[in-house]
Design a protein around this ligand. Sequence first.
Ligand code: ASP
Ligand code: MG
Length: 804
Amino acid sequence: MIILKFGGKSLSNGLGIQNVISIIQNKINKKEPIVVVLSARGNATNELEQILELAQQNKEYKSDWEAFRAYQREPMPLLNFDAEFNQLEKLFEGVKLIGDYSLKIKDLVLAQGELLAIKLVSALLNANGFKSIAVDSRLLFKTDSNFGNAHIKEELSAENTINFFNQIPVGTLPVVSGFIATNRAGETTTLGRNGSNYSASLLAKYLNTEELQNYTHVNGIYTANPNQVEDARVIKHLNYQEANELANFGASILHAKTIIPLIENKIPLRILNTFNPEGTGTLISSANNNIDVKSISVQNDVGIIHIEGRGMLGKTGIDSRIFNTLGNKDISVGVISQGSSERSIGFIIAKNQTKTAVSALKSEFRTEIIEKDISAITALHDVSVITVVGQNLKAFSSSYQALAKNNVDLLLINNTLNGKNISLVVKNENATKAVNIIHSQIFGVSKKINIAIFGKGNVGGSLINQILKSQEQIAKRKQTRLNIFALAGTQHILLDRNGIGENWRSDYEKAAKNNGIQQVIDYATKHHLENLIAIDNTASSEFIEDYSRLIEQGFDLISSNKLANTSGFQFYQNIRSKLKKYGKQYLYETNVGAGLPLIDTIKLLHDSGENITRIRGVFSGSLSYLFNAFSSENIPFSTVLEQAIAKGFTEPDPREDLCGNDVARKLLILARELDLENEFDDIRIKNLIPEALRAGTAESFLSKLEALNPFYQKLKESQKPDHVLRYIGDLHGDLQKEKGILEVDLVSVSKFSSLGQLSGSDSIFEIYTESYGDKLIVIQGAGAGAEVTARGVFGDLLRIAEKK
Ligand code: ASP
Ligand code: MG
């Protein structure tokens, strides 16, 4: 036999009650022997409680009462509910008259909710030709007289139940009321709110059924609240003990009491969804599945009490006085945490009891307070307890680190001795974020990286498209979801916590005005976004001033913008110390050599203690093209330059390339990677533009390109044989000192050397080191272009994401 129990929401009008009837009919059609147990329908219990309250306060309750009756009648308007309704009406009138009611009266009122439910459901079944009877559980279940939360008399109840069921004719389906019982005097009692689950498991025990199927409005027990954690999933199987733990820590569909009667006879309990009858739900049984079951629950109706003072050190009896005081006020204590120095103790209690607790403790310890042995007794509200069930401390360390990286402060932390549960207390505002972080660490379902991109030009735009294109694959391969939640351009800021999509260009145009990065920060905070990364694809010298604030707010940084690394050394260092203080990363592989793995290589060599003695190379793709072509072909310099402009290799005003500043910046960035403290002004730069052409507009410069020819032609022809011109950056000198020598220069090199054999618009970097001697490390390849640069930024993104 199987017991089917349906909860209040399952039995609500419309789809709920329809599904309940069809679930029952299906089972009967399949000849499965069943017994049905019901809660009150919809919100009936709460509504009855509310009307009772109004009546007692002599307030108008007629409209609520009418609405109640209409709702209960709706599925079968002709069914006669006179008995229940008349009784309720009399009770309400009496309570109104006296202005008071006892718990006994309340139980009698609430009981009608379940009685109405069994009457309706059995009538609906009978009307459909399925024979059933409504069974008033007050005839079966006997309790003490603790109205409102009565205790079951097991033997008597079992005997009544068995006798009663023995005389039910075969082929008649019993539909039993949950929640209600009677005391020895035959007065109505209830088993406590949500008690019909308990009724169902008692019945399962007494009738020794094969299974108890509890139909709820959710798919089962989840790894975390699915409203809070998108990736939460249904736990397929739990054993009784694990289920018990979950019940204790706030899995509200479970009640610790419900499981106990099932354990003895090993009756499995299945949590199913009335609104999703196909689902398999969660099975709770005695079987062990050897999988460390883990679930995360959150309680936010709590507060912390904190007691502090030097006088607590080494004193005995303080703790016992604290807990006695609370015990006397009937205050139960949750998570407790006491420093080993005994200077402070913190613990969790129900939020609505913090006031009582603080004043009781203050009066208990008034002497200690006067003598300054205790300096403070305070309450902290707005906190949440997050409990990880079935997880031991050791395995928790990755979550712990991830929380710290995401700026989630733990107010208290506590684990049970058997190492199975961990409770953390965090501020309310951090709770959702924290649950998501822990959930993704433990279940590895996928971690979400929340990205804010600043700048939507060539590199920014390419990056967005690259991310959108690979998003799905990365989610599959690396269990990492790259979510671009913010895109800021000069005009607008597009914000979407679920991630911008393919139509980002048009969405951007419609988005709100860009009023600065605070918008992005506020949005991330409001939506509890974790694993934040800000990417700077602007060329803005203003935006770099915001880096500090982003780091403070928990963002890691990536930039293709070189300016942060090339402004004053003081600024450079401030950023580094901020990063250190907040445990954040900053990657900028594309600052030099676009997508080539240059900075990473240099960093690795340097950090491993390798002595880098010189770095030299052609750092600029546009200038590489210019001199490679000019050296190998017999054409005027101006023609080559025009070609480069036409191919889009140069900036719109080519003087920005020709002046050498861009190469100088790259050189400076490399120097600083080696801990050199050079400033931009230290760099000797060979400007390729003749003095006369440096001022004036771009147009006027572009119209006078031929003026460059005599100088470069002469230079080319005055070289030694088999030599070519190269525009290089060169970092040398004693690199162990505070500063190195940085030069940007036009040189003539043998065409057989590594610099000389360069072609196209490639970049090349020669790294000289002590251990490699004259065997250079050479890194060469496409060192420019939006697509390759975006690829490089993407690489930085994955590098940071990996460590989250
Ligand atoms: N109807 C009762 C309540 O709402 C019992 C139950 O639903 O389990 O508390
Ligand atoms: Mg209920």
